[in-house]
Design a protein around this ligand. Structure first.
Ligand code: PMP
Length: 457
């Protein structure tokens, strides 16, 4: 209980949180997580939870991986800090760059290091603008992303994001960022429209937008293989193939934001493999280091690299970099983390245990509060509704999600409420019996919610 003198009370006094109502937070207090162990975390009162969101879609190897701690200590003792500005570098970063380029599912030339997913997307946008200038196409600056996409919170990344919460009150998006349709077949398809037809319609929407703006002004398209924070929206059949056909027709670059999907989440090493995406830039973060330390990276192909390399003397060097970009301790941890993902075949685990998660969740499809169950591998969401037939959201959908999510916590599982959908994204080390515990807790939480509110009809 976060009353005076309790440790939570310190949080209420001094710690401002994003994504919460600050006044309400002062009344309710935070859940203070104190320890981690495998897929579990423990709060100050000693309650244990299965962290079925891997923190923020992040911790592939679990919360107590000694090899990552050892890698950090080794590097911290040897060279705790250096940078990669100008002609400087350090071994952890050279090793990590080589590993990432080798792991890439399509041919990539270079890695560029940043500290967060937002910074990486921001950097991608600047690189794309720089490239247009280097190619003598200064008008080619517009970027298209999607409604309900999530790309971060810096001014540029929040602009790419397509969620009202990240725009309203911040006067965003900035100029040159445009949004196209969300590939949410279950909610947005016309009556009788197949997934393939829906995908074709969305590709047409994209082409119309490009033609209306002028193809010579469009530089790039940003998309997550599966939309994460926007509601775990899995692209319908044919979607990426049709979108890529439009992009190639107008020579528009494709950026795959792999911040959530990357490093095994979908049961392949990258979401791009799962959906046949052939990006020019891949944006990587989170599971790159299991978020033990913040680090992110861009992989760029030759088409991106060449103009930067060739023109950097004529139009000015690529004047961009962060003090902590590619931090040696974070890079050493990331390198060890990637080795662990490979050695322990966590991608294979995401595929097999993920199939079990998907099957168990889909068994709940007929529950009166369940609209759609969706997901691939170890990422899933269950969209809650007030009425299954009309798909009408619960009148107070946020409250329903919050209610079920609250029961989940009481049942010892941390999930995520995304307004009308509950998300699951557990560490990649999770086992089938542990998945059963998560889904059993979800069933109990749905029952508790039904008891409290009943189906709306
Ligand atoms: N892209 C995607 C797909 C993400 O899910 C996130 C974070 N949830 C980001 C970018 C931004 O990353 P960060 O919070 O590290 O800035």
């Amino acid at each position: 209980d976060a009353r005076p003198n309790s440790p939570e009370a310190r949080d209420i006094s001094y710690h401002l949180h994003g994504y919460t109502n600050a006044r309400k937070h002062e009344e309710a207090g935070p859940l203070v997580i104190e320890k981690g162990d495998g897929i579990y975390v423990e709060d100050l009162a000693g309650n244990r939870y299965i962290e079925a969101m891997a923190g923020l879609w992040s911790v592939a190897v679990g919360f107590s991986e000694k090899r990552l701690v050892d890698a950090a200590v080794r590097q911290m003792s040897k060279l705790p800090y250096y940078h990669d500005f100008g002609s400087k570098s350090h071994s952890p970063l050279i090793d990590l760059a080589e590993k990432l380029v080798q792991m890439a599912p399509v041919s990539m030339s270079k890695a560029y290091f940043t500290n967060s997913g937002s910074e990486a997307n921001d950097t991608a946008m600047k690189m794309i603008w720089y490239r247009s200038n280097a190619l003598g196409q200064p008008a080619r600056k517009k970027i298209i992303s999607r409604n309900r996409g999530y790309h971060g919170v810096t001014i540029a990344a929040a602009s790419l994001t397509g969620l009202p919460n990240n725009h309203i009150s911040f006067d965003l998006p900035i100029a040159n960022v445009l949004h196209t349709s969300t590939p949410h077949h279950w909610r947005e398809a016309l009556p009788g429209e197949s997934e393939k037809q829906f995908s074709s319609r969305l590709a047409d929407d994209l082409e119309k937008l490009i033609l209306a703006e002028g193809p010579e002004t469009i530089a790039a398209f940003f998309g997550e293989p599966i939309m994460g924070a926007g509601g775990v929206i899995v692209p319908p059949a044919g979607y990426w193939e049709k979108i890529q056909a439009v992009l190639s027709k107008y020579d528009i670059l494709l950026v795959a934001d792999e911040v959530i999907c990357g490093f095994g989440r979908t049961g392949e090493m990258f979401g791009s493999q799962t959906f046949g995406i052939r990006p020019d830039i891949m944006v990587l973060s989170k599971q790159i280091s299991s978020s033990y330390l913040p680090i992110s990276a861009l992989l760029i192909n030759e088409k991106m690299f060449e103009p930067i390399a060739d023109e950097s003397n004529r139009i000015g060097t690529f004047g961009h970099g962060f003090t902590g970009g590619g931090h040696p301790v974070a890079a050493a941890v990331a390198f060890e983390n990637l080795k662990l993902i490979e050695e322990r075949d966590l991608v294979g685990n995401a595929r097999t245990v993920g199939a079990h998660l998907q099957k168990r969740l889909r068994n709940l499809a007929s529950h009166p509060l369940v609209g759609e169950v969706r997901g691939v591998g170890l990422i899933a969401a269950v969209e809650l509704v007030g009425d299954q037939a009309s798909k009408a959201p619960w009148e107070t959908a946020g409250a329903l999600g919050g209610l079920v999510n609250g029961f989940m916590q009481q049942n010892g599982v941390i999930s995520r409420n995304m307004g009308d959908a509950l998300a699951f994204c557990p560490p990649l080390i999770i086992t089938e019996p542990q998945v059963d515990q998560v889904v059993d807790a979800f069933e109990r939480s749905l029952e508790a919610a039904v008891k409290q509110v009943g189906p709306e009809t």
